[in-house]
Design a protein around this ligand. Structure first.
Ligand code: FES
Length: 50
């Protein structure tokens, strides 16, 4: 997978793209995932997959 032009790997403990980005030190805005809000409510982490 490539995020922001950086090739990253996915491992079995990654639950979603936010985990992949965080583990690879890539800043991915995800306010409700990283806080106590209901996951999926802000839509900031929506990405385009090519
Ligand atoms: S962080 Fe993904 S929808 Fe809010």
């Amino acid at each position: 997978m490539i995020i922001d032009r950086k090739k990253v790997s996915i491992i079995s403990t990654d639950k979603n793209i936010v985990d992949v980005a965080k583990r690879n030190k890539i800043a991915l805005p995800a306010p409700c995932y990283l806080s106590n809000r209901v996951n999926g409510c802000c839509k900031v982490c929506i990405v385009v997959i090519n």
